[in-house]
Each structure stands twice: as structure tokens, then as C-alpha cells.
Design a protein around this ligand. Structure first.
Ligand code: RTP
Ligand code: MG
Length: 136
């Protein structure tokens, strides 16, 4: 059963030139990119995307960071795509992420951890609607 997940290469990943690395990992895994766009988020879109964290102390910083510069948004498709991409990404805390994962290989700080991947099929459906409202 194929499913879709929303992947973001966050502003730190774009700024550091990691777009090709992340796309390469997605492609080598056998997942398919079915939509992709470089864009800078406005605050409303960022707040909607991260709504589940609106009461957390880091919410302001999170919104500021994710809107600070261009990111790459994509829809990635394949068998168990949500779980497959989360495994490629590693854990939220890059220091705890195993080498071989995107965050484990490329980051040190929780707040700048290179990529986002939806955490469930319910989240991916909601997030894909926010980023690509007319496409799916
Ligand atoms: P994401 O949503 O960005 O893919 O990351 P995630 O599922 O691994 O982590 P999540 O719990 O959804 O948190 C979203 C983003 O908020 C930042 N964060 N900061 N300072 C903190 O304690 C803290 N906790 C989370 C991270 O940048 C995380 O990716
Ligand atoms: Mg999350």
C-alpha cells in the first residue's frame, strides 16, 4: 500500500547546501518525489503546520526559524512512506540520532535539524493540504 508524507528541507538544510544530499537519500531508498517547491513560509502557514506545538515554550523560535529563509517542501510517496522517511531523518535530537541518518550525519541542535517528516498518515494528510492545497 502506497502512502504519502510531507517532507521539508528546513532553512538550515537549504542554507548549508544539503538539498541534493537529502533528495539523494530519498531517491536511493526507493521513495518517489511527486511534488516539490522552494519557498519561504509566511507566519500563518508556519503556525498552521506546527499547530500541535502552539503551547510549547519553543513555539515562537520554531516559527521564526522556519520562516527565516527558503525551504524545500515536497510530497514523497511509497510503501509506508511516513515511517520510511522518519527512519531516514533520525530522531528529533540530532545528537541522539544514529550516524547514517540525515540528522545524525548533519546536525547538532534540536532547533536546526535539517528536515521535517510527517509523523503519521493523519498528519501527512493535514500537512500536504497546507503546503499543496490544489495538488492532491
Ligand atoms: P519535525 O516535526 O520538525 O519533523 O520534528 P519532529 O517531529 O522530530 O519533532 P517535533 O516534536 O514535531 O518538534 C518539531 C520541531 O520543534 C523543534 N523542537 N524544539 N527546544 C525543544 O525542546 C524542541 N523540541 C522540538 C525541533 O526543531 C523539532 O524538529
Ligand atoms: Mg513533528
Amino acid at each position: 500500500m502506497s502512502e504519502r508524507t510531507l517532507v521539508l528541507i528546513k532553512p538550515d538544510g537549504v542554507r548549508r547546501g544539503l538539498v541534493g544530499d537529502v533528495i539523494g537519500r530519498i531517491e536511493r531508498k526507493g521513495l518517489k518525489i511527486v511534488a516539490m517547491e522552494l519557498r519561504t513560509l509566511d507566519a500563518d502557514t508556519a503556525k498552521a503546520h506546527y499547530a500541535e506545538h502552539s503551547e510549547r515554550p519553543f513555539f515562537g523560535e520554531l516559527v521564526e526559524f522556519i520562516t527565516s529563509a527558503p525551504l524545500v517542501a515536497m510530497v514523497v510517496e511509497g510503501p509506508r512512506a511516513v515511517e520510511a522517511f522518519r527512519a531516514l531523518a533520525g530522531l528529533t535530537d540530532p545528537v541522539k540520532s544514529a550516524p547514517g541518518t540525515i540528522r545524525g550525519d548533519h546536525a547538532l541542535e534540536i532547533g536546526e535539524n535539517v528536515v521535517h517528516g510527517s509523523d503519521s498518515t493523519e498528519s501527512s494528510a493535514r500537512e500536504i493540504k497546507i503546503f499543496f492545497p490544489d495538488r492532491f
